[in-house]
Design a protein around this ligand. Structure first.
Ligand code: DGL
Length: 267
């Protein structure tokens, strides 16, 4: 079975891990979140590349990882070249699902909800130019909603007034997207709340596409040992970079997501 590392700054990567594990339950999962450097959307690009590279390469060598998933748009849109150069195993990234959104919009207006980091990236602007020519793509970068998603996962109520404030100019008026790209892996955690405010809008995230890509890599590009999958479930553990009081409280929610333990990883 393959050892799969799923990596994010916080709890958002769970939305990607959920889809991969659902599709490929027999493999072993290492869910690592860099809470010491959270939120990634506010970090400078050099700081983000350094933190992400150090942590991912450490986890890969310590746990004999076979495949890495950077379950974070903010990191993927800037760190993938450095990680692929440093590692000799497949590194799968998660980037905003602009292409399917462009195919599915009916009114030609797409909202991209992501972090401040992701909406400012050259990579993101290239994605839009390449895959959504002729569409109106409205960008919104928000760290507040990343924090709301963390709160929700920890069992706290979502601040609907704040959500409404952030989404205000997409709720009515001239710029109402009919398709919303959740370009941050934290945001599918807020699916219900966003859909409550934008009932007519279709929400698109990258979870299933990433799971398909991982399945394809394991089946075709790699050792045939990963192909014959037994029916048993593999193990799944969580790692963080700071096991403080807030992180300790995540043990129960992480267990509910199938992650049996939480340890601190020192880099
Ligand atoms: N979950 C991340 C993303 O997909 C990053 C959130 C953050 O740490 O700012 O972009």
């Amino acid at each position: 079975m393959a050892n799969i590392l799923v990596f994010d700054s916080g709890m958002g990567g769970l939305t990607i891990y959920r889809e991969i594990r659902r599709a490929l339950p027999a493999h072993h999962y290492f869910y690592c979140f860099d809470n010491a450097n959270f939120p990634y959307g506010e970090l400078s690009e050099p700081a983000l590349i350094a933190a992400c590279s150090r942590l991912v390469t450490t986890m890969v060598s310590r746990h004999h990882i076979d495949l890495v998933v950077i379950a974070c748009n903010t990191a993927s849109t800037i760190c993938l070249p450095a990680l692929r150069a440093a590692l000799d195993i497949p590194v799968v990234g998660v980037v905003p699902a602009i292409k399917p959104a462009a195919a599915q919009t009916r009114n030609g207006c797409i909202g991209l909800l992501a972090t401040p980091g992701t909406v400012s990236r050259h990579y993101t602007h290239e994605l839009i130019a390449q895959f959504a020519p002729g569409k109106r793509v409205l960008l919104k970068g928000t760290t507040e909603l990343v924090i709301e998603a963390e709160h929700k996962l920890a069992g706290l109520p979502v601040n609907m007034a704040l959500l409404q404030e952030v989404l205000a100019d997409w709720l009515e008026g001239e710029s109402v997207p009919d398709t919303l790209v959740l370009g941050c892996t934290h945001f599918p955690l807020l699916n219900e709340e966003i859909q409550q405010l934008m009932p007519q809008c279709q929400l698109i995230d990258s979870g299933r596409a990433v799971a398909k890509r991982v399945a394809w890599l394991l089946a075709s590009g790699m050792n045939s040992a990963f192909v014959s999958v037994p029916s048993n479930e593999g193990m799944a553990k969580a790692y963080c970079t700071r096991l403080d009081e807030t992180a300790q409280k995540l043990r129960a929610p992480l267990q509910a997501w199938g992650l049996s333990s939480l340890e601190e990883v020192r880099v």
